[in-house]
Ligand binder design. Sequence first.
Ligand code: ATP
Ligand code: MG
Length: 394
Amino acid sequence: MEYQTFLIKYAEIGTKGKNRYVFEDVLCRQIKEHVAELGEFSIRREYGRIFLQAESACDYEDVIAELQKVFGIVGICPIVVEQRMEYEAICEKAIAYMQECYGNRKLTFKVNTRRANKAFPIRSMELNSEIGHALLEACPNLRVDVHDPDVLLQIEVRDQIYLYSATIQGAGGLPVGTNGKALLLLSGGIDSPVAGYMISKRGVELEAVYFHAPPYTSERAKQKVVDLARMVSGYSGAIRLHIVNFTDIQLAIYEKCPHDELTIIMRRYMMKIAENLAKKNNCQALMTGESIGQVASQTMQSLVCTKEVGTLPVILPCIGMDKQEIVDISERIGTYETSIQPYEDCCTIFVAKHPVTKPVPEIIRRSEQNLSEGIDGLMDRALSTVEVIDVAVR
Ligand code: ATP
Ligand code: MG
């Protein structure tokens, strides 16, 4: 079957009352951006529905795959269009559609007609039964089951006739751009790309920051983070990635602070720098891939101790997930294979054998006083030498 038109179903937007149009506008813009490189398309909005129509030849599979990345879409229905507004034409199309989609398979079906265009002379109920009969006559493999059909053939009578029977699952969520912007602390691991995906799914735009520690962390490790950002941007749209040179701060911490507190102190400086970048770039929150209890730096006490250095909300989308649950999402969104490439991360290079698992903020603050001479200058330098890479799939 040649599909040129797609009916886009969206869920939660429908509950937004007067704001609904704002959400629909953003969703339409997102859809256009996602399919822009796949051909010429037009978008129409009719009575709470969005129709995407290909105006040039396009690859059906590619269009579906791309639409499945647009947050805010719950279902995609490939539809066929009949322009002749006549009963015979609808029957002909319905028969051709069922034969082409389902061949000779023995199936039960039901016809469900919606007559939005009241100028069409035949009522829905009548159309249902007449088209049903026509199908039974033309296709001996079909039987009617009005309660639990294998195939629900939907026919919509508008300014033209739409036929469809399949709904392909969409990504769900809300369109990106409807819920502010957050700064993701993006490492090369499994968890933070998943965290970014999840919050972007709720309509939040993303920027990202990566703490790079050359020569202890390699160019390859950095490239891996750029690659991951690009993968997440396939869903979230363009991501501005800030790369902070963290080496001098890390070395200072390593030289002057107790080694069992290295990770926690380092994470506190990451949060401070991230907060500064977030505020400068209009991000309303920070976000990390932390999951409670996963490692020493993610115990409840460690999380509290890391968080206390800033004032912005820190969103932790993976906080209640087991590792396997996070892995499952990363496999589904396509970041897993890149995440497990074995490149070093600055968190793992300067790590102590026995890090504190229950850091006490007063003690950590006291250790940080060892840094008082010089740390402000190092922070300023790290912030003034940030490399910015705009990352986008399209
Ligand atoms: P991930 O798989 O996301 O790397 P992880 O289990 O390895 O997480 P940690 O290394 O403790 O956990 O990092 C916890 C979180 O801190 C990460 O999810 C990420 O948000 C942030 N983070 C860690 N290292 C960096 C880095 N080098 N640059 C930016 N953010 C980082
Ligand atoms: Mg990590």
